[in-house]
Design a protein. Structure first.
Length: 275
């Protein structure tokens, strides 16, 4: 599931979605509760909020979460933290295997107070995988309760990545981001993109750092990684994906993907297969 998204992504048409209801609406059955689910393509949850926190992680596929007018998605090295009482909506375009860790409000004090992507360390990843393979059954045993508490402790200590692919309401930068999202393979240089929105390269560089916390080049590469994840899940060949995303060949694309994801495209595709 990709860390954070943008406010420019188009939702699947409501008529095409398969609506799923959240498992709890008023109270949790236990202070920390874990659930994993396989969501079919074009599935969604209604917009909702709850008095507990929720950590969302996608084992495979891309689970998207909308918070306000911003859309969050996380590659597999990130998960999304939603504090208590934050209104949100989850949906996915392709089939996705994901989990939610629900945390009662009193246990959320050491976790971030605002929605953000949390870095999934090797230990957190191993804990999540163990829970996927052997979901704890209620009433929880002492061992399962301790395991869930360790996971919450690790999430509280995790690096907050903020927003993996942030959006912007800036009238100039927002238009550029929308153009790139519509065509991730657009390889026009920054100066040319600036001319299209009647701005200058210097202005876009300054606004990118201020609004996104990164250069537009880095943002564009993250966008391409997010798009590549979907294409890899569809079974597309790496060279075909590289060409679609504006690379002259596969090698430069593979190097970029490895730098941002910590694995090659083929290794990412293999990681989607249940162990």
């Amino acid at each position: 599931m990709a860390a954070n998204g943008s406010n420019n992504g188009a939702d699947p048409p409501p008529a095409e979605r398969r609506l799923h209801q959240p498992p709890f609406s008023e109270q949790l059955p236990t202070p920390i509760y874990f659930r994993a689910a396989v969501m079919p393509a074009a599935a969604s949850y209604p917009r909702h909020r709850h008095p507990w926190g929720e950590f969302v992680y996608s084992y495979s596929g891309v689970m998207e979460v909308r918070v306000g007018n911003r859309q969050y998605l996380a590659p597999s090295q990130y998960g999304l933290w939603l504090p208590p009482e934050v209104e949100h909506q989850g949906f996915n375009r392709l089939e996705a295997c994901h989990c939610s860790l629900y945390v009662s409000a009193e246990l959320c004090r050491r976790l971030p107070a605002t929605p953000c992507a949390l870095t999934v360390s090797p230990l957190i990843g191993a804990l999540l995988e163990q829970l996927r393979k052997r979901p704890p059954q209620r009433p929880y045993s002492e061992e399962d309760a301790r395991l869930l508490q360790v996971l919450v402790d690790q999430l509280a200590a995790a690096d907050c990545a903020g927003s993996y692919l942030p959006g912007s309401d800036d009238p100039l930068l927002g238009r550029v981001l929308a153009m790139l999202e519509a065509e991730p393979g657009d390889s026009r240089p920054l100066a040319e993109l600036a001319r299209v929105v009647h701005s200058t390269e210097r202005t876009l560089l300054r606004r990118s750092q201020k609004e996104l916390g990164m250069s537009l080049t880095e943002w564009r590469q993250r966008l391409r990684v997010v798009r590549a994840m979907t294409l890899l899940e569809e079974g597309r060949k790496v060279e075909s994906i590289a060409l679609e995303l504006g690379y002259a060949g596969a090698s430069a694309f593979i190097a970029m993907f490895r730098r941002l994801m910590g694995m090659t495209p083929d290794e990412y595709r293999k990681s989607l297969r249940p162990g």
